[in-house]
Design a protein. Structure first.
Length: 271
């Protein structure tokens, strides 16, 4: 059984489908020594190379497909493909022949929960579901919020007439010039939260993300440390993304029929 090369490479975590298409257009990707074309079909025995280097295209394993990482605000670059981001990626579990794909990555100056997966299809599906996900942030502001500022924040109105859904905003302690608040949004990105506070004329000095959908970052996870999600947590993400089995039935390799037992002994023994 064959599948489009873009789909296979994305599922293996090598790159997103758009990236694979760009590699094909640039002539960087080859199948069995021949430059790949858009829409090319890939079979299990085909050999794929990128810039002459072979790619390992194993199916996603049941372990270490999704990790959470506790990012330090302002000290680590975003998890992109740029060479400068190696310091961030080097702290994640090694996945031979794959790369980690971030789901709604945080801006450089923010911290907290980063969710990454080695399954490109899962990352894309979760990004499409982002607007439905409950996301919790801890924000530090200068001074205590005034009633009119709280009302403005709860409205979710941004500075350009955009809007994000705010489920809750509550005081979470602090003293002196700094106050902490817990903000729960429905699909709000970190950049949206910065814009929201700017529109309410509130100076936001620190933003930390602690949950992204069903995934929560335990406060015991130290900064610059990662944790692999367990089988149940991973299955919940796949179900949320509409990929309940972790791999679609079409990609499962058919089981070989059981071999017949050979009966030993003389052919004439039963005569």
């Amino acid at each position: 059984m064959s599948e489009r090369v873009q789909k296979v490479l994305a599922r293996a975590g090598v790159g997103s489908r758009r990236e694979v298409e760009a590699w094909i257009r640039a002539g960087r990707l080859s199948i069995n020594g021949v430059p790949a074309e858009l829409g090319a079909q890939l079979r299990s025995r085909d050999k794929v190379t990128l810039d002459g280097r072979p790619l390992r295209l194993r199916e996603p394993d049941s372990d270490t497909r999704v990790v959470i990482y506790h990012r330090t605000p302002g000290r680590e670059l975003a998890p992109t493909d740029s060479p400068e981001s190696g310091r961030f990626l080097d702290r994640l579990p090694k996945r031979a022949g794959r790369r980690w794909v971030p789901v709604s990555p945080l801006p450089p100056n923010d911290g907290g929960l980063e969710l990454l997966t080695s399954d490109g299809d899962l990352a894309q599906a979760l990004m499409r579901k982002l607007s439905q996900l409950r996301i919790e942030f801890a924000v530090r502001v200068r001074g205590e919020l005034r009633p009119e500022q709280l009302q403005r924040l709860k409205s979710g109105l941004l500075d350009d007439d955009g809007v994000i859904v705010i489920d809750a905003i509550e005081a979470a302690g602090g003293g002196g010039t700094n106050r902490w608040y817990t903000l729960v949004t429905r699909g709000g990105r970190a950049r949206d939260v910065h814009r929201l506070f700017a529109s309410a004329d509130v100076e936001l000095s620190r933003l930390m993300r602690f949950s992204l959908g069903p995934v929560k970052m335990d406060r015991s996870l130290a900064r610059e440390r990662s944790r692999s999600l367990g089988a149940e947590e991973t299955a919940e993400l796949y179900a949320l993304a509409g990929l309940a089995s972790g791999r679609s039935p079409a990609t499962r390799r058919p089981r070989s029929p059981p071999r017949k037992r050979r009966v030993t002994g003389s052919r004439n023994s039963g005569r």
